[in-house]
Design a protein around this ligand. Structure first.
Ligand code: HEC
Length: 290
């Protein structure tokens, strides 16, 4: 290969890589925060949610009511029922936090989406460390209005009774999945995770199974604990590749997030209900241009 050509290609590649990294995060002090309480869901898979005989909300959901419309204000009280084992949790963990109120902020600069999550570390259970390496993990999912129900139920379309660590699971390798999920046709959730142990970041998706790699949109994920407050921020390109939900000004997508607190693994996380994330539009969380 021609030497000059190679140098040019390298320079172009370096520029392409470093451009998004140079993107300036917003002045978070000026970005409004929305409090979203993540709660301990126990084993409440979509099958339980939609089975009319067991869950009071099932009928209204068929008429288009969202989980958040009924439960947003009472997430902490709900979490208490599952965390204590009063409901939907055959294996309660003593001292497990019922819920965690999280401040969520979002912004964009025309090229990147910025998300910031901050919360106060709740008291730990002092029990088993299921994930020894990571005291905390934070993940969020985006969905492009292609999966039936995802606009009402957030991440619940991926939460099934037969997934690993669920009480009725038969296969300990079965991860979360979407019924009839496929990248082709966009029936997937875009999944991004930050883990505290080594500060690692993952850009994956959930279609017929959970995949923790392959995404092209995530630029950066950072987190730290100052005193008893966690702050985790993400920088994500608006456009991406296969397995990334393409974002653009004026667009609204479905959004949910989860925290694995206190060394939790698998289903033992705290989750949000489903919300909307809008770019320069009015939504539950608006990521406006800074
Ligand atoms: C129309 C209102 C309504 C909607 C919509 C709704 N629910 Fe419920 N949900 C209820 C009521 C009422 C209960 C309490 C009684 C029961 O268990 O049926 C409940 C109970 C629950 C519980 C058990 C904890 C508790 O407080 O009893 C969970 C977990 C839950 N809902 C999650 C969800 C999720 C997730 C969604 C959306 C996928 C959802 N709900 C949609 C009304 C609703």
């Amino acid at each position: 290969m021609n030497k000059l050509y190679t140098l040019g290609a390298i320079a172009a590649a370096v520029a392409a890589i470093s451009l998004p990294v140079l993107a300036a995060p917003p002045d978070w002090g000026k970005v409004p925060a929305k409090t979203i309480t993540v709660f301990y869901p126990g084993a409440s898979p979509i099958e339980w949610i939609t089975k009319g005989s067991e869950h009071g909300g099932a009928r209204a959901m068929r008429k288009g009511e969202s989980c958040a419309s009924c439960h947003h204000d009472e997430a902490a009280d709900m979490g208490k029922k599952m965390a204590t084992g009063q409901k939907l949790e055959p294996k309660p963990i003593k001292g497990k936090a019922a819920a965690i109120p999280v401040q969520v902020q979002a912004a964009n600069d025309g090229a990147n989406l910025y998300l910031r999550f901050s919360w106060k570390q709740p008291a730990g259970s002092g029990g088993d460390k299921m994930d020894k390496d990571n005291p905390v993990k934070l993940a969020f999912m985006l969905e492009d209005n292609k999966i039936p129900g995802a606009n009402l139920s957030g991440c619940w379309e991926t939460c099934h009774a037969d997934a690993r660590t669920m009480p009725d699971a038969k296969d300990d390798k079965k991860t979360k999945y979407v019924k009839d999920g496929a990248l082709a046709g966009g029936k997937f959730y875009d999944l991004v995770q930050w883990t505290s142990g080594k500060g690692a970041k993952f850009d994956g998706h959930v279609a017929d199974k959970r995949v923790m790699e392959g995404g092209k949109a995530l630029v950066d994920a950072k987190g730290e604990k100052k005193g008893d407050e966690w702050v985790v921020t993400f920088t994500r390109k608006l456009a991406g590749g296969e397995g990334d939900v393409a974002l653009a000004s004026g667009k609204t997508v479905n959004f949910g997030f989860a925290i694995h607190d206190d060394h939790a693994a698998g289903r033992y996380h705290h989750v949000s209900l489903g919300y909307t994330l809008g770019l320069d539009t009015k939504a539950d969380i608006s990521a406006n241009k800074q």
